[in-house]
Write a protein that binds this ligand. Structure first.
Ligand code: SF4
Ligand code: SF4
Ligand code: SF4
Length: 366
């Protein structure tokens, strides 16, 4: 059973830079007919093989991975229940979605899940908060060398004209069709770090921190491009009034679609405050006060929980820099409590514990 659309406009071929034998091994091609055609690769084949095994042994009821998306620059989450559906699964340079968010919906079932380093941090935090049982989740960990940001790719070439994407070490080659010519695609060359999601440019944990087995060898941590908290530090330089005005301007764009909270793996209340009708905490239309309240309360709920997966920012249809809010929280949490969510299973989150030596409320507000 596959729940995702497979209507495809282009064809994409992605290459795995960490394949041990070959430099340029095609991972995924997609036919214009709409069906996905896999070209044999070590990582994708290992995922399929292991998922087939897990399903046939009855270790998991479902497995959640990735399949070809509705255009060449996206993948879609793929829910695999039968062994003959395993062929849908792919791994490529676009596999960004944090699939851990689905655990909250299927927490009573035995699930299998593909996790990258950043995703595995969400699992750790959910385990600490007793939202999932470790024995109910089988984690296939994928060492990750960075995922391409479709917006950055689209800013450099027309997505509809993309024929193939390949990587070779730190370079990415994008083949685009030349209008009226089918024989000679144009090949554009880019530095990979220019096309990566921002979070991948400063990723400290490319290898999963919790897993049952790894698909591929661990990869080295990529050299950082820029500081992790650069945007936060920039905002911290401005006055309170300037910050308020910045965020008011941003939140005025918000249509309160709630995609940011729905995609968040750490937003797991069974009954969401924002969707309650009785009492109704906020109106159902995006008036500025309610929108501001929504974002501020969600931000406070994420203290000590948010692992910085940046899914909220990725899915926002109006490009609000939500990640900056959560990075500010991460930075403050680190400075105040020396705590980073999603790293160690046996360290209690700061808001789940109290120590007499803790700073007083007055100290924190100063
Ligand atoms: S943040 Fe790290 S683990 Fe996550 S997608 Fe980017 S490189 Fe991969
Ligand atoms: S995803 Fe963006 S537009 Fe939608 S509620 Fe969140 S901030 Fe607002
Ligand atoms: S608040 Fe955003 S960055 Fe933090 S865990 Fe949720 S989706 Fe990820």
């Amino acid at each position: 059973m596959t729940h995702t659309a497979t209507q495809v406009r282009g064809l994409v071929e992605v290459v795995d830079e960490h394949h041990p034998e070959a430099e340029r091994v095609p991972v995924l091609t997609r036919a214009r007919s709409g069906t996905s055609i896999m070209v044999d690769t070590e990582k994708t084949e290992r995922i399929r093989e292991r998922v087939r095994g897990l399903l046939s042994e009855g270790r998991v009821e479902y497995f959640i991975g990735y399949e070809a998306g509705s255009d060449p620059l996206h993948v879609s989450p793929s829910f695999v229940q039968q062994t003959d559906e395993v062929e849908h699964l792919v791994w490529n340079l676009m596999s960004i979605n944090n699939l851990v968010t689905y655990l909250k919906r299927y927490r009573k079932q035995r699930m299998g899940l593909l996790v990258k380093g950043c995703d595995s941090r969400s699992v750790i935090e959910l385990l600490k908060l007793h939202q999932v049982k470790r024995e109910n989740v089988y984690l296939l960990g994928v060492p990750c060398t960075g995922i391409l940001d479709p917006k950055k790719v689209a800013a450099r070439c027309n997505p509809a004209a993309i024929l193939a994407i390949r990587e070779d070490h730190d370079l990415v080659f994008i083949e685009v069709g030349v209008e009226g010519r089918t024989d000679e695609p144009q090949v554009l060359e880019f530095e990979k770090h220019d096309l990566l999601f921002d979070k991948c440019r400063s990723c400290d944990y490319p290898n999963p921190l919790v897993y049952d087995e790894l698909v591929g060898d661990p990869v080295p941590v990529r050299a950082r491009v820029g500081g992790k908290f650069e945007d936060v530090e920039h905002l911290e330089q401005s006055s309170i009034e300037e910050r308020l005005s910045f965020w008011q301007e941003q939140f005025n764009k918000c249509i309160r679609c709630y995609a940011c909270k729905n995609v968040c793996p750490m937003c797991f209340c069974a009954e969401c405050l924002w969707e309650k009708r009785d009492p109704q905490w906020v109106t159902k239309y995006p008036n500025p006060n309610d929108t501001f309240t929504f974002h501020m309360i969600r931000a406070y709920h994420m203290v000590g929980r948010c692992t910085g997966c940046m899914e909220c920012e990725r899915v926002c249809p109006v490009d609000i820099p939500l990640g900056t809010i959560f990075k500010k929280i991460e930075k403050d949490c680190l400075e105040l409590f020396d705590y980073q969510p999603g790293l160690e299973l046996d360290v209690v989150p700061p808001l789940s514990t109290f120590d007499e030596g803790d700073q007083s409320q007055e100290d924190l507000l100063r």
